[in-house]
Design a protein around this ligand. Sequence first.
Ligand code: PLP
Length: 401
Amino acid sequence: MSLQISNRAIALKPSASIAAKKMVSDLQAQGHKIVDLTIGEPDIQTPDHIVEAAFAAMKAGDTHYTPSAGTPALRAAIAAHINREKGLPAKPENIAVGCGAKQLIFEVFSATLNEGDEVIVPAPYWVSYPDLATLHGGKPVVVICAEEVGFKITPAALEAAITEKTRWLVLNTPNNPSGAIYSRDDLSALGEVLRRHPNVWVMTDEIYEYLSYHDERAPSLIEIVPSLFERAIIINGMSKAYAMTGWRIGYAAGPKALIEVIVKMLSQSTTCASSISQAAAAAALTGDQTCVREAAEMYRRRRDRMVEILSDAPGLSPRAPSGAFYLFISVANLIGKSTPDGKELRTDLDVSLYLLEQAKVAVLDGSAYGVSPYLRLSFAASMQAVESGSQAIVAAVKALC
Ligand SMILES: Cc1ncc(COP(=O)(O)O)c(C=O)c1O
């Protein structure tokens, strides 16, 4: 019997970052020594007090289904966190908890998009936004944001991208992969444009908010323009700030009417996020935040070291990103060069494959993020991996002619 695959599934690409992770693991399993700079997750352990809270929850019998929206304790902790940090009037009814931020983005599009609805996605973008919009019948409208404008969408570019069919603007700050952070002024200027278009909603993905190397936290569009809270969804989660990727807890904060629809979708998909992970997440949000500051400091040191080493590579001009844990670097000067065995580098994918072969360093090509020719190098790897990987890249670049 032949297997029928839906048109939706056929059109869907696998996540580029997850595919890269698998490729590196396969190579490592075959015995190749690869320095992995594709990683999109903290390499450190989840802090002990969070793990202890999970143990305590299990021992206390907290091992059953929870409400689809999340446990009352976690929803209250998230709402209080948003109140405290951003001064927004979030209540537990404004919060939906899911299995990672990615699930919430999936459910938001599922809950709101009809065929042909447009979703403005500034590029470089996190790999999943266009695919998740397309999966739900939406049409991603990709707006290229050049390095010269700091990889950020300008008010004029936003204005030009908005049409009658625009449903969402997706704004990710700090950004994966560029590390760009929208300043308060940037955000209020974008807010001005959105004020003129009351039918456009905004999804702000703030998952890297505490990985900001200028201030303790990157500002949110919704705290700068609070009136947008009525037509915004804040996406966030525990993965990056608390090194909790495997616990799979993310959340959406927005108007009650939209949250209710999202919760209905959750009730028909995963039922609820893990009760144990939710207890751990509540402990993370209500506990001591020193671990978050320490992690940001550690990434800053790795970032600085990576930039310092890569500055020696002819043709590369690394710039320290303002946030997140990635360096997004132009390889325009390497295109057209030849490898020692005579192959011409035509694209950023060619460059990344050359680095894998020659330097034994895995990185991601910019085309996966909608902007070429660039590479994304993660510094969420140990200092030793950051140093040896960057040095090997410099040697491989020097070997080009
Ligand atoms: C910008 C961005 N948003 C969302 C996510 C998904 O995070 P989660 O682990 O909470 O699903 C990621 C993960 O890499 C990300 O980089």
